[in-house]
Ligand binder design. Structure first.
Ligand code: Y12
Ligand code: CO
Length: 175
């Protein structure tokens, strides 16, 4: 089932998500729905809070060299912790909760992440490039943070002005 995406400035995006303790069918349905939602919206990463569920669960599915996303490349990540990080890199990020806005964000270049899979099995990954950026972006959601919080003061001010205008236009379109 495709779920509704929570869009900025919805307060739910600011909350800290809770640890997953039950690796049951409710969690599996949530992960399946998140995957369907992410795919339908052309996303490459999605955290549970973006569909309104405050649990420490996220998905990443990066496109292959041919630009296509494949189900076998899906990574399901539960209760992740970054245990080591190195370097720094900048990438132009976007987020399904802040549609049509992209900006440069600086993050660690390499990360080691420990997490659990949908069955509660412990996993570990050491990664760099786009996957490292995706992990950090999605894990920020679990702590109630969005990439726009990393913008400079002036860029953020410009963003808020443009966003208010966009929301007003969207509301008027709905009337
Ligand atoms: C690098 C940078 C950011 C991430 C986090 C995951 N971000 C996304 O998955 C962003 C998806 C996105 C998709 C859009 O396309 C549609 O909604 C059809 C989009 O464009 C519009 O909203 C029009 C914006 C963002 C991981 C790695
Ligand atoms: Co996001």
């Amino acid at each position: 089932m495709i779920r509704k995406i929570v869009v900025y400035p919805d307060k739910r995006l600011k909350q800290r998500s809770c640890e997953v303790v039950e690796f049951d069918s409710t969690l599996h349905t949530l992960l399946d729905d998140m995957n369907e939602t992410m795919t339908a919206k052309n996303g490459i990463g999605l955290a549970a809070i973006q569909v309104g569920v405050p649990l420490r669960a996220l998905l990443i599915n990066l496109p292959d060299e041919d630009g296509e996303q494949y189900p076998e490349n899906l990574i399901e990540v539960i209760n992740p912790v970054i245990v080591d990080r190195r370097g720094s890199t900048t990438y132009t990020e976007g987020c399904l909760s802040v549609p049509e806005y992209y900006d440069d964000v600086e993050r660690s270049e390499w990360v080691k992440v420990e997490f659990q899979d949908r069955y509660g099995e412990k996993k570990s990954i050491e990664t760099d490039g786009l996957l490292a950026i995706a992990f950090q972006h999605e894990m920020d959601h679990l702590d109630g943070h969005l990439f726009i919080e990393k913008l400079s003061f002036l860029k953020r001010k410009k963003f808020e002005k443009e966003w208010k205008k966009k929301l007003k236009e969207m509301r008027e379109k709905k009337k």
